[in-house]
Design a protein around this ligand. Sequence first.
Ligand SMILES: Cc1cc2nc3c(=O)[nH]c(=O)nc-3n(C[C@H](O)[C@H](O)[C@H](O)COP(=O)(O)O)c2cc1C
Length: 192
Amino acid sequence: MAKVSIEGAGKFSHHYPKVATIVTVHATGKDNAMAVAWHSSISANPPMYGVSIAPKRFTMELMLEAKEFGVNFMPIEKAELVASVGGISGREVDKFQRWGIEKDKPLKTSVPILRDAYACYECKLVDHTTYGDHVWVVGEILATHFEEELFTEGQALNLERVSPALFMGNELYTIPAKDNIRNLDRKVYGKR
Ligand SMILES: Cc1cc2nc3c(=O)[nH]c(=O)nc-3n(C[C@H](O)[C@H](O)[C@H](O)COP(=O)(O)O)c2cc1C
């Protein structure tokens, strides 16, 4: 099938799906949460994680103040919560109060750990750099919270037990196909 070639990034939706996260922060006595689809692992040792946040977000302001943030990985059942916290600013409303968002205690920071997340990283903000219209915020992971029974022994997410909310862009969400998992050992495949 022939590809269409265009200049630039078009609707910039070709890199989806991405697991939808909710980034949380606590600063000046206030909790806030926003949906974040642009995020990535950066380093394993020390463990580092990055999130891409537009400078106008209230969360950005609070993150710079608190110098820490949480990255909460959400199941598809909570996709509506993702859309909700991604649909209004914490400058206008207390999102935790409006949607009765439950939280657990953090281990090393003051970031809210969402009870409905299947996993959450607590990060200390170590760097931030503006690229285009977003700020790439880098955090060192100080603690991890995860629902042990939703992971395999090798700590891979068990898709028989949980479906992460995959964001497709354009306000669309889906789930991964569970029946299609293949174990492709890179040591074997690298030598084929
Ligand atoms: C699924 C989804 C993903 C989003 N991803 C991002 C993102 O990666 N970076 C960003 O700056 N905003 C993203 N947004 C928009 C923010 O979540 C939204 O503007 C939010 O209301 C900001 O809240 P705040 O002002 O309280 O920080 C996303 C929204 C949705 C619904």
